[in-house]
Design a protein. Structure first.
Length: 131
């Protein structure tokens, strides 16, 4: 039913009890259509280093679900951000590019697609050989 969605959307992510509240909703309605989105919100609340592994798992775990698209997008964004913070880490730039391209291949009509294209253009500037 719509009860888990209603309760999830009624929560304020700035509230100190937000994560506890949404975990309670997920526990009460484990098979609801918002369970994947709740899990994703919990992942996004983690420190970036932990998010990386969790988002990689979530991309596979949530494939074909609402949260799968978001997880892939957030994974590529995080890899890009981490690569910018550590310019010597070429593998993160490569992974971000791969994930952005994968996103466009799987979700070409997504409302996030224009931003992903912008990020790919920006990434090509970062990885272009120095003149």
């Amino acid at each position: 039913g719509s009860e888990p969605l209603r309760r999830f959307l009624a929560r304020d992510s700035r509230d100190g009890r937000y994560l506890e509240d949404i975990e309670d909703i997920r526990a009460e309605f484990p098979d609801s259509l918002v369970a994947d989105n709740i899990r994703l919100q919990v992942i996004l609340a983690q420190p970036p280093a932990r998010q990386l592994g969790s988002l990689r798992s979530a991309v596979e775990e949530f494939a074909g679900q609402d949260a799968g698209q978001a997880a892939l997008f957030y994974l590529a964004q995080l890899e890009m951000r981490m690569a910018e913070e550590d310019p010597q880490n070429d593998s993160l730039l490569h992974q971000a590019g791969e994930h952005f391209r994968q996103f466009l291949e799987i979700y070409p009509q997504s409302y996030r697609a224009p931003l992903v294209r912008e990020q790919l253009a920006r990434l090509s500037l970062l990885t272009a050989p120095a003149q």
